[in-house]
Ligand binder design. Sequence first.
Ligand SMILES: [Zn+2]
Length: 213
Amino acid sequence: MVTERLYDDDPYLKRFSGAVVGFSDCGVVLDRTCFYGEAGGQAGDTGVLGGVHVVDTVIGVGGDVVHVLREEPGFGVGDVVEGVVDWGRRYRIMRLHTASHVMEYFLWGRFGFMERTGSYVDDRKDRADYVHEGRLDPGTLKLVESDTNEFLAGGHPVAVEVDREGLRHWSCGPVEMLCAGTHVRNTREVGAVKLRRRNPGRGVERVETSLAD
Ligand SMILES: [Zn+2]
């Protein structure tokens, strides 16, 4: 049995209870959870589970969600425990994750399509790497930032559809992609963002997105 991922139906769920089904080297597996396991370039959640701190959440062998615990738990297999996600952190991740998709749409709009070779979002920033020869022009990147902020302020609703193969299609106005991460329901929740260019080298340019507040 693979962990039921409660965040798929409700990314705003902060608290849940689930039964302990097993332990692995790195943590505990429950029958269900609202803790997001690191995948698809989105950081894993932290919080508290059965009174024990969860320092990270990962996807284990077979697709189970594994809660990495700071200390030895007082609970065992079969026990039902309550989990509470560190919501301040997760909500920032959801805002930044949503912003990153919108940013990319306008980035491609201004610079043309560039292949994305990697991305990672946590509660501080989203970073996305694109194949691009030379520097991304700072003036043009500033325009991408204003395009993005104007769109975010427009209050566009987000939709997620699951297809027959179980793939999750995320869309927001003209912006669409396959993504199984957690996002906000409306772009207004994101607020404004700042973009910053970095150069990790080897023909790759990095765009970092952070929240303006
Ligand atoms: Zn996404």
